[in-house]
Design a protein around this ligand. Structure first.
Ligand SMILES: Cc1cc2nc3c(=O)[nH]c(=O)nc-3n(C[C@H](O)[C@H](O)[C@H](O)COP(=O)(O)OP(=O)(O)OC[C@H]3O[C@@H](n4cnc5c(N)ncnc54)[C@H](O)[C@@H]3O)c2cc1C
Length: 511
């Protein structure tokens, strides 16, 4: 079996998909990463937590995140390449996910700003009223790398899995703003329609504990409107600019987290104090809008996990072809060689699963509530993909470290980083347990497994399909506690079965 494509994310994409759109432009992006980005990314990871400058020299609150200039150059490359604007220009999310894969091969952490910016732009485009859109969307979609960034902040200190119980940020309505008012941020920044300030305006008060891409010009934020019901159905989604109408800071950064990895994205703790906000959609749509944001990110996480899996394998391959033990390169020893074969197959399966999530999302991302069966099929595949690809990434990164022996544990070589990065991929955007339980729920409540089996039937091994169907149906018939307690095994097997069938589909090149 040939492993050459492992060293190149572009070659691997072409092997899996046959061709890649915008190949010349995307290759130039990869070439930049090979030439310069890799070094900047390694230095960013090494230098640890970025600084927060809270005050300027005169005592004014500024809350600026300080990275070296090279970092900003690296960040801008992805925006220039089209992680945001291509989705809106071509009405398809696929270019974003191609670029997400190419980016994550080099730095999965920096994919975070890109996906949260995309999720902000999509929420705004789908749910913002026309004037809010006209003002805020154009600066996000600039093509020259000077665009605004977005962020998606839901989690608070009491926990991220159970948002309905833990979100304490509240929203108070202040009515429509005057259309003659002029936004001071607009005066500083020439993006968007600068003469208008309008929309359904609210004040937010509260704290977000994990706020990635902190410093972004815009964030979408989960909060509970005053008087709204308790629980997750009482949450609404708001757009919060960094700068207030009077030019002051609209949200405050209390500190920046010191994390084991994803150091290419600053993650902070944010405070809202009567922060100006715009309601997106209707308050009662909030939970759906929040889940749509998460779905975009979960698919990105799956793509990023597969890219990291490939990268870890590439490191292991490069080392094992040169490291000599017992008279020959360790790669040539039958046990290790077989492990490479098995893992390469798993990598391709993981890609097939993640890419199906991309494909389906690209069909349904503009759907409003109530969602179609296709949307529920997408959701099930997205949960399976988020769970399974992140597990693969962590396992493969651990194995790649083992292949390096003691060298693998040393901070001076790249491989230990991939294990650190993989551990975060498993947790953010919803833990493995969350994906399993949400996957179970969409089967129980929406019958999404029926659509899945129908979807996979032309590609799956028929005997395995019958067996898997029977197991899932038996499982769903269990009493609730037993159903939940045993859900990891069935979801893991379903993910693997789905990935295998989808790989066959991809290999037939009929996707
Ligand atoms: C680096 C980083 C950046 C992040 N950036 C952001 C961001 O920008 N925006 C944002 O909103 N969030 C962000 N997060 C938060 C992330 O989404 C949460 O960490 C995640 O959703 C889990 O929430 P939690 O950490 O509060 O854990 P908890 O919700 O407290 O969960 C703790 C444990 O309990 C388990 N658990 C919970 N409920 C159940 C159940 N019913 N059954 C079984 N087990 C259960 C969980 O799976 C987990 O293992 C970030 C996290 C990290 C690590």
């Amino acid at each position: 079996m040939a492993f050459e494509t492992l060293h190149s994310p572009m070659a691997f994409l072409k092997q899996m998909l046959g061709s890649v759109p915008f190949e010349k432009e995307f290759q130039a992006y990869v070439d930049w990463w090979e030439r310069e980005g890799k070094l900047i990314s390694a230095a960013t990871d090494r230098s640890g937590t970025p600084w927060l400058r809270m005050f300027d020299r005169f005592g004014g609150r500024v809350d600026e995140v300080i990275f070296p200039p090279d970092y900003w150059r690296m960040l801008r490359k992805g925006y220039e390449a089209g992680v945001l604007w291509r989705a809106f220009e071509g009405h398809s999310l696929k270019p974003h996910y191609y670029l997400g894969f190419l980016t994550s091969f080099f730095d999965p952490g920096i994919y975070c700003p890109y996906i949260v910016s995309l999720a902000t732009a999509v929420s705004l485009q789908k749910y913002g009223d026309e004037e809010v859109k006209a003002r805020f969307l154009p600066p996000l979609l600039r093509q020259d790398g000077t665009g605004w960034q977005g962020a998606t902040w839901m989690t608070e200190a009491k926990g991220g899995s159970d948002l309905g119980a833990t979100v304490e940020t509240s929203a108070r309505r202040v009515g429509q703003t005057s259309s003659s008012a002029r936004h001071t941020a607009d005066q500083k920044d020439s993006g968007g329609d600068q003469s208008k300030s309008s929309g359904d305006r609210w004040f937010l008060t509260g704290e977000k504990y994990f706020s990635s891409n902190v410093g972004a010009e815009l964030a979408v934020v989960a909060a509970r409107p005053e008087g709204a019901p308790e629980g997750v159905r009482g949450l609404a989604l708001y757009l919060v600019p960094r700068i207030r109408q009077d030019g002051g800071l609209n949200y405050f950064v209390r500190r920046i987290k010191d994390k084991i990895a994803t150091r290419s994205v600053p993650t902070g703790e944010v405070e809202f104090k009567d922060s100006e906000a715009f309601l997106l959609g209707k308050p009662e749509w909030g939970i759906y809008e929040i889940l749509e944001v998460l779905n975009l990110s979960r698919v990105a996480n799956s793509i990023g996990s597969v890219a990291l899996t490939q990268r870890a394998m590439a490191e292991a391959l490069g080392f094992s072809e040169q490291r000599i033990a017992f008279g020959k390169p360790i790669f040539q020893h039958p046990l290790l060689h077989k492990q490479f074969e098995d893992r390469f197959y798993e990598l391709k399966k993981a890609f097939a699963l993640a890419w199906e999530a991309v494909r389906l999302l690209d069909e349904v991302w503009q759907e409003p509530v109530p969602y179609s069966h296709r949307y529920h099929l997408f959701r099930l595949i997205a949960h399976l993909a988020k769970y399974w690809t992140a597990e693969q990434a962590a396992q493969t990164a651990k194995w790649a470290m083992e292949v390096h022996g003691g060298m693998g544990t040393l901070a001076e070589f790249p491989v230990e980083r991939w294990l650190r990065e993989a551990m975060i991929l498993a947790i953010w955007e919803g833990t493995p347990q969350r994906q399993i339980l949400d996957g179970l729920e969409v089967m129980e409540r929406k019958g999404a497994h029926l659509g899945l089996f129908e979807h996979l039937a032309p590609h799956a091994n028929p005997a395995k399909l019958v067996d898997m169907k029977r197991r899932v149906e038996d499982h769903l018939a269990l009493p609730p506690d037993r159903r939940e307690a045993g859900s990891e095994e069935i979801l893991r097997d379903l993910a693997e079965f789905t990935a295998e069938a989808l790989l066959r589909k991809l290999e037939k090149k009929d996707s």
